[in-house]
Design a protein around this ligand. Structure first.
Ligand code: DHB
Length: 417
């Protein structure tokens, strides 16, 4: 055995190189606070994993105003509205008119590439492909993260604070003892069958489609690559479906009244589970959870990455107050500060799901009620306002006026007419 042990130190140990961990490391570095980011996955896997693709206005603003938004502005598509489709008819919700805000279609893995590139260019410490990650001493003032580097070196990383950004399957959520936490969980009786297809776009904006055969979502990636989803059984095995069967299912749910999906070869497929989860409290001692480690939303409404970014914007502001002014005042209320947004997003994702998905028991009353609901949402500006407001995202909470986050978002607000 030639394994060695090393002791290292940083200000913030960040577990997980997803949107929460990378954005936190990026924001902290702008404020002169050191961090080390570790992840059990390798860089190629992180940069290639297909996830959702919608950035709220505040997420996009934070990226552009902190220097990681160049490709987003070049390659992302700004969408000022979306379509709700039912009874083979699409009706538009006009985000820009209703809220003055838009969303950006820009895939999550592209955001991660931009953040990884920026951290590496700034000399940031990112460690991919580590294993056997453990967190210890979170209720002491000397918390530690232990992990093994790909070359076998066992590292003991000491820090003032640990940020748990390692998703729903990571070690951080489980490090909060069962007797001090409450787990709120909700399972949905649906899954989403997601595909990538080499075809031109079928629509200029996303289509959320309700139908008597179930929900479908028509999204996009590039002028030649499209992303689509349809409601399926959560236990569905995507590998058994032929391209023809997938297109048949999408056609029956979306096509009609002169509208036809543009079809092409299907290059990727998979089933996404649908569940809601929130942990309370979101911190324990020196461990602060952010993103999917603290909460999971179903995909309807694309809130997952946006919540992760909003969490770490608040966490960064609290850490700045701690490291620059020596006060734990904002860290102490971190969980309570982000919980409001989290629960509003939980409601929104649940509500979009309940409005658009076919009841698995085939309840005829519920189907007719959903049509009434869609008519109400699409029938007047007041009906559409809640969808537009929450989909585009309310502004991120500014808890520390001296923070790089507050400074960046204030600068963006002044630029926007
Ligand atoms: C996408 C995913 C979503 O869950 C959603 O609500 C909108 C878009 C996407 O992958 O493009």
């Amino acid at each position: 055995m030639n394994a060695t042990n090393q002791s290292q130190r940083t200000q913030v140990a960040i577990i997980g190189a997803g949107p929460a961990g990378l954005m936190l490391s990026h924001l902290l570095s702008l404020s002169g606070i050191d961090s080390v980011v570790i992840d059990v996955r390798d860089r190629e896997t992180i940069e290639a994993t297909i996830r959702a693709g919608i950035l709220e206005q505040g997420t996009a603003d934070l990226m552009t105003s902190t220097g990681v938004g160049d490709r987003l502005l070049d390659e992302g598509q700004r969408h000022e509205g979306t379509y709700l489709r039912s009874r083979k008819e699409s009706r538009r919700i006009d985000f820009a008119a209703l809220t003055g805000r838009s969303v950006y279609l820009y895939p999550q893995h592209e955001v991660l590439k931009d953040l990884i590139g920026a951290r590496i260019a700034a000399g940031g410490d990112l460690r991919f492909g580590v294993h056997d990650v453990e967190v210890q001493g979170i209720t002491t003032d000397d918390p530690k993260v232990r992990f093994t580097e790909p070359d076998g070196t066992r590292v003991e990383l000491s820090s003032a604070v640990i940020a748990g950004c390692d998703g729903s399957q990571g070690v951080c959520r489980r490090a909060i003892p069962k007797d001090v936490r409450t787990d709120y969980f909700h399972a949905y009786p649906h899954g989403w069958f997601g595909i990538l297809t080499e075809a031109p776009p079928s629509s200029d904006e996303l289509i959320y489609s309700h139908s008597e055969h179930g929900f479908a979502l028509i999204s996009s990636r590039t002028p030649t690559l499209q992303r689509m989803y349809f409601q399926c059984d959560p236990g569905e095995d995507a590998s058994t479906w032929s391209d023809e069967r997938i297109w048949d299912e999408l056609r029956t749910r979306v096509n009609g009244n002169g509208f036809e999906l543009k079809e092409g070869p299907i290059t990727q497929r998979g089933v996404i589970p649908m569940r809601s989860y929130v942990i309370d409290p979101m911190s324990h001692g020196r461990l602060f959870l952010a993103g999917d480690a603290a909460h999971t939303v179903p995909p309807t409404g694309a809130k997952g990455m946006n919540l992760a970014v909003a969490d770490v914007a608040v966490l960064c502001q609290a850490l700045e107050r701690y490291f620059h002014q020596g006060s734990t005042e904002l860290l102490d209320v971190y969980g309570r500060t982000v919980a409001d947004r989290v629960w509003q997003a939980q409601h929104f994702s649940w509500w979009m799901t309940s409005m658009l998905h076919l009841d698995h028991k085939g309840d005829a009353f519920d189907h007719r009620r959903q049509l009434g609901e869609i008519d109400q949402i699409t029938g007047s500006p007041i009906g559409g306002a809640y969808l537009a407001d929450t989909y585009t995202g309310r502004p991120i909470a500014l808890t520390n006026p001296d923070s790089v986050v507050a400074e960046a978002l204030t600068r963006t607000a002044q630029r926007t007419p």
